[in-house]
Design a protein around this ligand. Structure first.
Ligand SMILES: *Cc1c(COP(=O)(O)O)cnc(C)c1O
Length: 225
């Protein structure tokens, strides 16, 4: 029987090989891409295994699920889930980076409760629908301005999830264009958080610097998150 360690190690090796191939195909290097292992729904014991395999960036979608794991395993903890105002204070207590900010009131509230510096990605909607979260491209400057005016938040870049009804290539090409325009006004926002298990290679070829990969490393999750 394969142990959980062997299962995760084997999956991780395949993902790392795919990252290698994708970066090579576009003349980038693997150290330009931060792999965030999305550990949502999986136990802290899996996070310990990832740490022993030298993966130290972890992504979570739910505060209640994440807080005890972040307390148990040191590393860089990312939050990429839907934000609820009443959870912001708790999220800020364990998260080092938040990928899913798309509302000014959340940025202002987060800045007030942050007990340490927090890196911020603004989530952009690539199809104009709010279904999978994200601000309209035309709203990004106002959001970026409030991050720059904050005391505790660092503007890192943009994040997006490819819409279900578009090819990921098409979606990430659009995202790259939005990002290149955005960076002219906000040069510190140089990072791009894009790509999940199904589409991280395409995201890398379109400039992703942070990929958020769950099921390809940890296996399928019981329920949709
Ligand atoms: C769950 C989730 C991921 C990881 O998804 P996989 O398909 O399991 O790799 C990445 N980003 C966001 C926003 C998520 O909610």
């Amino acid at each position: 029987m394969t142990s959980r360690y062997e299962e995760i190690a084997g999956n991780l090796a395949r993902v790392q090989e795919e990252i290698h191939v994708a970066t090579k195909s576009c003349n980038r290097t693997v150290d330009e891409v931060t792999l965030i292992a999305v550990t949502k729904t999986f136990p802290a014991s899996d996070v310990h295994i990832l740490a022993s395999l030298d993966v130290h960036h972890y992504g979570e979608n739910r505060d209640g699920d994440a807080a005890p794991k972040a307390a148990a395993v040191p590393g860089t903890w990312h939050f990429q889930g839907q934000i609820q105002s009443n959870k912001l204070k708790s999220i800020a207590s364990w998260a080092h980076v938040i990928h899913s900010l798309d509302e000014q009131r959340h940025i202002i509230a987060l800045d007030k409760v942050a007990p340490h510096r927090i890196g911020v990605f603004l989530q952009v909607s690539l199809d104009g629908a709010q279904g999978r979260g994200g601000a309209l491209p035309s709203d990004l400057s106002a959001l970026a301005d409030s991050v720059l005016q904050s005391t505790n938040l660092d503007l890192m870049g943009l994040m997006a999830v490819a819409p279900l009804d578009q090819s990921s290539d098409e979606a990430f090409e659009k995202l790259a264009t939005i990002h290149s325009i955005f960076k002219v006004s906000y040069p510190t926002a140089k990072y791009l958080s894009a790509g999940m298990s199904n589409d991280f290679s395409q995201a890398i070829t379109h400039g992703a610097t942070h990929i958020r990969v769950g099921s390809s490393i940890l296996g399928s999750r019981p329920a949709p998150q």
